[in-house]
Design a binder for this molecule. Sequence first.
Ligand SMILES: Cc1cc2nc3c(=O)[nH]c(=O)nc-3n(C[C@H](O)[C@H](O)[C@H](O)COP(=O)(O)OP(=O)(O)OC[C@H]3O[C@@H](n4cnc5c(N)ncnc54)[C@H](O)[C@@H]3O)c2cc1C
Length: 413
Amino acid sequence: MDTVIVGSGIIGVSTAYYLSHTTPASKIHLIEASPRLFSSASGFAAGFCTADWYSGSVAPLGALSFRLHRELAAEHDGRRTWGYSRSTGTSMVPGRGAGAKTRTGRGEDRLRQNEGESRDKLAGTHDFHSGAGPAWLTRREGDRIEVISEDDTTAQVDPLRLCKFLLGEAMERGVRLHQPAKVVGVSVDNDSVMNGVRIKGEDGEYDIDCKRLVITAGAWTADVFATLFPASKLGLPISQYAGHSLVVRSPRWTAEHEAEGCHAIFSTDSSGYSPEVFSRIGGEIYIAGLNDPDLDLPEPETLPALSDDISVEKLRQTAKRMLGLPSGDDDLEVVKEGLCFRPVSKKGTPIIARISDQQLGGGMKTLGGKDGGVFVSAGHGPWGISQSLGTGKVLAELIEDKPTSANIRGLGV
Ligand SMILES: Cc1cc2nc3c(=O)[nH]c(=O)nc-3n(C[C@H](O)[C@H](O)[C@H](O)COP(=O)(O)OP(=O)(O)OC[C@H]3O[C@@H](n4cnc5c(N)ncnc54)[C@H](O)[C@@H]3O)c2cc1C
């Protein structure tokens, strides 16, 4: 009863990690198309996590996931291994200087898809209290800086290191990684029951007998599903939303200043976007918020995608303004530039679901229960790192036909 998981971003590796606790790990296969691991959203995200900046159908998953992040970090020295830390969320509305003409300090991108409570939090109906902000943040006269998170409800991780940890643990147990490789077809037996997949790897094509197929291919999920089930009428409502990022080091960051935890700053910029700045354990400071909804999705084999010069320059200017010397001199060291594609869903909430046989089309069947089925999880938008562990756990439970640890009734297709 092998299980094939297509797509090894944080959702795929979290699922493999949790599934390998309840099913023989050697029967779990992770398939990854890119020659470089974690070269899409999961390797380039900021890594900010929250327990309760969600509302509606995704709130139980968010709360479960935050608890799992804390427990996993406590169990495996997450602080050292993947930079797990508590974090303080702060809103910074620039004064009469650089960003004075912009609208709000809400972090529009992050909350774009999460209406309700989370929006209120950043809009001002929440009980704000003032905070000085971190030592590395450049302040100017008139800037309004307010703490917007409650104690122990926000955290920071280094997503790339967390992904590597989850994959490493899963593989140590016996999970098999096929990379670079793609699933190019699904086979059925004489009764039209799915019984395997065809893989195209570097050395040619081969088959894996499998009754359980899981698609966690991020922004590529709808394409993968359509390729494998061409007779299906189900168009999965998942698309891409590109985001640029920059990682820098500042001489004003010190471990001593960050001893109480990392910081997340949500601000505005006069050029019309909402920068988000996150410090990480070890001194990296990550800047994002500059997005492009029109950028086409590249083939995963060609990842990582390259940021264009204009976007990188814009982020550098933001970094200089928010983290640089008040004199305007630039003493920041650029560590990494990035461009990646978040998977977004039409509803704004992720999909975690078993696809019914009827939806597969062409009369294809699966064994049902824990013996076989097709499962999909994607569309986590700006919250895929935060919700990753919860998603991996409940998806593994769904695959095993067990009751799920969080209510995911609203997250179907
Ligand atoms: C700039 C930016 C900042 C962000 N910051 C945060 C944050 O602070 N906190 C947070 O919670 N979230 C954040 N996110 C969102 C988060 O990164 C995503 O929601 C999450 O990484 C999605 O994970 P995934 O595994 O679904 O997709 P991906 O990471 O894209 O992984 C999908 C994988 O599938 C592979 N694949 C594609 N097609 C195939 C195929 N045919 N066969 C095999 N493999 C295939 C791809 O190569 C890729 O490795 C941010 C996103 C961006 C863009």
